[in-house]
Design a protein around this ligand. Sequence first.
Ligand code: MG
Length: 350
Amino acid sequence: MKLTYKTFLLEFKHPFGVSSNTRKETPTIFIQLELNDFKGYGEACLPVYLGETTHEALSFLEKAKMVLEKITAVDDLSKLIVEINLLDKNNNAAKAAIDIALHDLVGKIKKQAVWQLYDLPEVLPRATSLTIGIDKEEVLIQKIKEAEEFSILKIKAGTDNDKDLIQLIRRYTRKPLYVDVNQGWKDKERVLDMMFWLKEQNVILVEQPMPVEMKKEMTWVTERSPIPTIADESVKRLKDLQALNGEFSGVNIKLMKCTGISEALKMIDYCKKNKQLVLLGCMAESSCATSAMAQLMGYADYIDLDAPLLYKNDPFEGVKYKNGYVFLSDRPGIGLEPKKDPEIIWSDNL
Ligand code: MG
C-alpha cells in the first residue's frame, strides 16, 4: 500500500471568528492510500486550537508509511487501525487521516459505503446546523441571510456580551440555535442563569460552556440546566468520555479529536449505552473528512456537519447540501471524488 500526502490551505469565504481568535484559512493535510488500482482519501485538518502541528503530523505520516508499505491486502481493518494508533500517543488528526483513507479504500474495494461495511442502518439525509462565527453586525446579518435554507444555526459565543449577540440574531431570525461557548464562561451561577435565558430564546443546546478544568461546576450546571450541555473540548477520545462524571448531557464527536471512524463508532456505542446525547461535529474540515463523518449520521441526535460550506477552495466533492440537509453521495467508501479543478498533484510529496 502506498501512502502519499499533500499539505493544503483551506480558505474561508468569510474570516471565521471564535471567542479566542479570527482566521482566514485552515491548514490541512490530504492523504491518499493506493492499493492495486484503488485509491482511498483521508484528511488531517489542523486548526491551531487543536494543538497539533503540520510538522508533527507529517512525521507521524512518515512513521505510518513504513507500516502501510508492507500491506498487500486489508484483511483486518480494525487490527490495522489499532496498529497505526499504537505508533504514537498523540497526533489524533494524522491518525484520523489514515483511518478515513483506509475506510475509503476498503469501501471502494468492496464496492460498499462505510455505513454498509459496518452493517449500520441506511443513512438518510439529515438537517445540519450552519455555523455563524463571531463578527460585526452587518456581516452577521449577511451570514444569516446566506443561511436561509438551514433550519438550525450554530452561534459562536463566549464573549462578555453574549446576550446582546443572541438578541441581535433574534431581530433577524427565530430559527432554533445551538450555542457554542468554547469554554468562555467561568461563573456557574451566571452560566445557569444563561441556560434558562437561552431556553427562552429557543436555544436547543449549549456546547462547552465552561473551561475543561471546571468539572465540578459543569456537573452542577448540567444537573440544573433546562437544556442539554454538550462536551467538546472536554472530550477528545473514548477514554475522556468514559471518565465523565455527570459533567455533560452529551458529547460532540469529531474525527480529528477521536482518531477516526473506528473510534467514533465506539464512542457512539458508549453514548447510546450511557444515555449521553450524540452530536456529530467537525473541525473546519473539507468535504473529505466531513463525508467520512456523514457516514455515521444514522446514529446522531444532532448534526453539525457544515464545514465544507464555509470554504471557497474545497478540492473534493462528497456530501451534498440541499435545503439545509446533508446528503451522502452514492459512491462507495466515504463517497468522495477529487474535483478536477483545483487538482491536487499527489506525487508532489513534501
Ligand atoms: Mg465546539
